[in-house]
Design a protein around this ligand. Structure first.
Ligand code: AP5
Length: 206
């Protein structure tokens, strides 16, 4: 099963991905997580780090290369779930070519639909466990006492606005692109996370 999760920052891609990977036995491949891991390891180019922290997109070729190397790993044989990639039409075209060369194709593109007015609030209150990556929200799903959590640099209000703009100007163009290929399934992302999960599963027909 090859699935793409598309949605604006804060729409719940990471939250939903965690449940789907367990259910289908496939890995979550998040280009954002991969870039943040490189940042932590001190191996991310300084210019890319600044682009990310300020809320801009990194160049297409950087993330295409990450995906090209990742999808041949053994754990990707049964399928995988892409979270945050592709994010531009050139990335989507590159993904089609990468999969085509391997005789594989996408099964579904899930669009998590959440209005912009709800997104800022979700991002500013997000915290992640430093060790496990578990995602929390300070109000709806607070971290347990003693958890060591972090606040992403790009979740500051000034970067959040830029990320939402980038989604609207660049990533939203993926919706008609995948609609035309008959792969797009829209899911209402407003409601409790478990309600959204039920809609996601229904959209996948499981
Ligand atoms: P990335 O890490 O992919 O971030 P993003 O797409 O901006 O998405 P987020 O992780 O912010 O949100 P999410 O949708 O996963 O929501 P979450 O589940 O955490 O990318 C970061 C950066 O890396 C980019 O800006 C760019 O610089 C670079 N990058 C990455 N990929 C790239 C690419 N392909 N091309 C170029 N650049 C790339 O939930 C958010 C909050 O809401 C949490 O607090 C959560 O608890 C809460 N929440 C979740 N669901 C609900 C619900 N149903 N109700 C209430 N609260 C909820």
């Amino acid at each position: 099963m090859l699935i793409v999760l598309v949605g604006p920052p804060g729409s719940g891609k990471g939250t939903q991905a965690k449940g789907l990977t367990g259910r289908y036995g496939i890995p979550q491949i998040s280009t954002g997580d991969m870039l943040r891991a490189a940042k932590k390891a001190g191996t991310l180019d300084r210019q890319l780090l600044e682009m990310m922290d300020k809320g801009g997109l990194v160049p297409d070729e950087v993330v295409i290369d990450l995906i090209d190397k990742r999808i041949d790993a053994d754990d990707c044989k049964p399928g995988f779930l892409l979270d945050g990639f592709p994010r531009t039409v050139p990335q989507a075209e590159a993904l089609g070519a990468l999969l085509g060369r391997r005789g594989r194709s996408l099964g579904a593109v899930l669009q998590l639909d959440v209005p912009r007015s709800a997104l800022e609030e979700r991002l500013v209150h997000r915290r992640s466990d430093k060790r496990t990556g578990q995602i929390y929200h300070l109000v709806y799903n607070p971290p347990p006492p003693g958890a060591e959590v972090e606040h992403r640099a790009d979740d500051r209000p000034e970067a959040v606005g830029k990320r939402l703009d980038a989604y609207e100007t660049m990533t939203a163009a993926l919706l008609p692109y995948y609609q035309a290929k008959g792969l797009l399934r829209r899911v209402d992302g407003v409601g409790k996370p478990e309600e959204v999960t039920a809609r996601v599963l229904a959209a996948l027909g499981t």
